[in-house]
Design a binder for this molecule. Structure first.
Ligand code: HEC
Length: 142
C-alpha cells in the first residue's frame, strides 16, 4: 500500500513536470514571437494588431490569421504580400515586405504569437507545419 502510493506520487510528479515543460516551451515561443513581431511587423500592423486603415490590415480579429490555412500565412511571412485582394471586406494600399531570412522556428513563433494575441485565440503553429508549408510553396513554384 505504502509502496503503491509512493509510485503513484512519483508518476504524478513526473507528469506534472512534463506539463510544466510543455507549457514553458509554448510560453517561450510566444516571447520569441513577440520579439520578432516588435522588430519586423509592429511598424505596419501596430502594437495592438489593429493595423492602419486603408494601408495595413489588422491582424487582431482577422479571419485569415485565426483560420486554418497555415500554408498561406507562412507564404505571406516568407515572401511578403502585395495582392490587393479584399481582406475581411477591406482593401489595403501598402505592400508587405518579405522576410527571406526568417528561419522555420522563427516563422512558427511569430505566427503563434499573432494567432494568440489581442482578441485572437487560434492554436499555435508548429515548426513541422512551417516546413510542410515551405515545401508546398516550393512545389507550387515549379
Ligand atoms: C511594410 C509594412 C508591413 C510589414 C513590415 C509587415 N506587414 Fe503584414 N501586411 C502588410 C500589408 C500592406 C498587408 C496586405 C497586403 C495586401 O492586401 O496586398 C499585410 C498582410 C499580412 C497578413 C495577411 C492578413 C490577412 O488578413 O490575410 C499577415 C498574416 C501579415 N501581414 C503578418 C505580418 C507579420 C507576422 C509581419 C512581421 C513578420 C508583417 N506582416 C510585416 C504590411 C506589412
Amino acid at each position: 500500500m505504502v509502496n503503491f502510493s509512493i509510485k503513484g506520487f512519483i508518476k504524478l510528479a513526473v507528469f506534472i513536470s512534463f506539463l510544466g515543460m510543455a507549457q514553458s516551451g509554448n510560453a517561450q515561443n510566444k516571447i520569441n514571437g513577440k520579439k520578432i513581431f516588435e522588430t519586423r511587423c509592429l511598424v505596419c500592423h501596430q502594437s495592438d494588431g489593429g493595423g492602419v486603415p486603408n494601408m495595413n490590415p489588422p491582424l487582431d480579429g482577422s479571419t485569415n490569421v485565426n483560420g486554418k490555412d497555415i500554408a498561406r500565412l507562412v507564404k505571406i511571412i516568407r515572401n511578403g504580400y502585395d495582392e490587393r485582394v479584399a481582406l475581411d471586406g477591406m482593401y489595403y494600399n501598402n505592400a508587405m515586405t518579405a522576410n527571406p531570412d526568417l528561419k522555420e522556428d522563427a516563422i512558427a513563433d511569430v505566427l503563434t504569437y499573432i494567432r494568440a494575441s489581442w482578441s485572437n485565440k487560434a492554436g499555435a503553429v508548429t515548426i513541422s507545419q512551417v516546413k510542410a508549408a515551405l515545401l508546398k510553396n516550393k512545389a507550387a513554384k515549379k
